[in-house]
Design a protein around this ligand. Structure first.
Ligand code: GAR
Length: 198
């Protein structure tokens, strides 16, 4: 059995896609062993509770002074995640950049989902930035990608899967967001299936 930890900071619709895929047999021999949230109000925690999955709420606040730097947060969280026998760490809307203090414990086993194509719009506002770039005539499509996290670079690393998403003249930002999220929910599952079964 492959144990996944899913790390979230918000809505958790991609966590839901993973939970559903496990239930439907679309992620064979995998289970969500643990959900981690760094935000108390992340709706994804409710999704995990409903599914009976262990949830760890692990806020950054206690670590935000000089005596307890970010690397301590990362090292402590790595220990917790390891305690659940986790093989794959899935960053599904996880708004925290890990230092090597976390990454070194899961070499080639951290997966990040990002709502843009490789090298485009890193950070927390990729969809808005792509939409604005389209309005300026700079791009005619955007995309989604799943990649491994080998180091501290933001939304960058060896690409596991990517998909182009067209932007249409009549698209509102909300339309584009919906299309991107729907694509993420399928791309993430197929990427995880490939990673886990190879
Ligand atoms: C997703 O669109 C994901 O790609 C993005 O956060 C959203 C989380 O949605 N991640 C990033 O922007 C990473 N830089 P969800 O909470 O509904 O799964």
């Amino acid at each position: 059995m492959h144990n996944l930890a899913v790390l979230i900071s918000g809505n958790g619709s991609n966590l839901q896609a993973i939970l559903d895929a496990v239930d439907n047999g679309d992620l064979p021999d995998a289970r969500v062993a643990l959900v981690v949230s760094n935000r108390k109000d992340a709706y994804g925690m409710q999704r995990a509770f409903k599914h009976g999955v262990p949830v760890v709420y692990f806020p950054k606040l206690p670590y935000t002074n000089a005596n307890r730097p970010r690397a301590d947060y990362d090292a402590d969280l790595a220990r917790i995640v390891q305690g659940f026998g986790v093989e794959w760490v899935v960053q599904a809307g996880w708004m925290h950049i890990f230092t090597d203090a976390f990454i070194r414990h899961f070499p080639n086993r951290i997966v990040n989902l990002h709502p843009a194509l490789p090298g485009m719009f890193p950070g927390a506002h990729a969809i808005e930035e792509a939409y604005a770039a389209y309005q300026r005539g700079e791009i005619d499509h955007t995309g989604v990608m799943v990649h491994l996290v080998p180091d501290e670079a933001v939304d960058a690393g060896p690409v596991v899967a990517q998909m182009e998403i067209p932007i249409l003249p009549e698209d509102s930002l909300e339309d584009l967001e919906k299309r991107i999220h729907a694509a993420e929910h399928t791309l993430l599952i197929s990427a995880l299936r490939n990673l886990i079964t190879h």
